[in-house]
Design a protein around this ligand. Structure first.
Ligand code: HEC
Length: 172
């Protein structure tokens, strides 16, 4: 009897192990797919490349000028990815406003320089450092995080005042 339960135990653990292996494999396959088709990634070296141009108002202005002329047709004048030319594209232009501040400068610069699919490679159209002006402009669109922070601070303040008043009312 003891031997039988031992055998059953071994069989069960084997089964659990193979299930785990199988799900791990599926997971790995999914990850690989994301890298190849869905998520567009620059190499680590490119991502870590330093932006030589300061995020000054002048640079952002230069970037915006180039953007309006060359990018807004697809990415939209509000950079939300819904420009007039977007309707004809199978892969939709990225909402750049949404990704601003979430990607490294080097990552954006590499993607703008080299393109992919419907996204043109701007390599030969960009003057020296122009790509960094574009990057600075895109990153400057990330105004939501600042206002998020502000509204969080406001909420905390209101809560504090509320608690304080409640406390004051209670105490004689
Ligand atoms: C003809 C339409 C078109 C034009 C013009 C265009 N783009 Fe794009 N862009 C796309 C599409 C489509 C994608 C998505 C490509 C993909 O994911 O395979 C994209 C992706 C990008 C990405 C990468 C976002 C990510 O997924 O990480 C950046 C950055 C970008 N564009 C910036 C620009 C800039 C800057 C310009 C102007 C200099 C520009 N694009 C002009 C169509 C366009």
């Amino acid at each position: 009897m003891k031997i039988l339960s031992f055998v059953i135990l071994v069989l069960c653990s084997g089964l659990v192990y193979s299930f785990e292996e199988a799900s791990k494999n599926i997971h790995q396959a999914n990850n690989k797919q994301n890298v190849d088709t869905k998520h567009w990634m620059a190499s680590k070296t490119e991502v870590e490349r330093k932006n030589p141009i300061k995020k000054s108002l002048e640079s952002i202005k230069r970037g915006r000028k180039f953007y309006v002329r060359s990018c807004s047709n697809c990415h939209g004048s509000d950079a939300k990815g819904k420009g007039p030319a977007a309707v004809n594209l199978a892969v939709q232009p990225t909402n750049l406003r949404e990704m601003a501040g979430l990607h490294a400068d080097g990552d954006l610069a590499w993607k703008i320089t080299n393109g992919r699919g419907a996204m043109p490679a701007w390599k030969d159209m960009l003057g020296k450092n122009q790509v960094w002006d574009l990057v600075n402009y895109i990153q400057s669109l990330n105004d939501s995080s600042a206002s998020d922070k502000r509204s969080k601070q406001q909420k905390t303040l209101v809560l504090l005042i509320f608690t304080w008043r409640k406390h004051k009312l209670k105490s004689p």
